[in-house]
Design a protein around this ligand. Sequence first.
Ligand code: SF4
Length: 63
Amino acid sequence: MTYDENICVRCLACVSESEFGGVTYQRGRIFFDETKPEDWENIISICPVAAIKKDAGASDKQS
Ligand code: SF4
């Protein structure tokens, strides 16, 4: 997942949508904790300016 702070308008929709503390707002910034069991697809889709995106090509697993 990627988050572009420059695109984000701090509408806090993603924070409201977060149920397990995966998205928080602290000191004027949005923080994402991908280890939390959020419905990330839903959080990504709710952002009005598409500041949150799924990682493109992040499926390579390095071992
Ligand atoms: S939903 Fe999108 S624009 Fe709104 S606060 Fe979250 S990342 Fe920013």
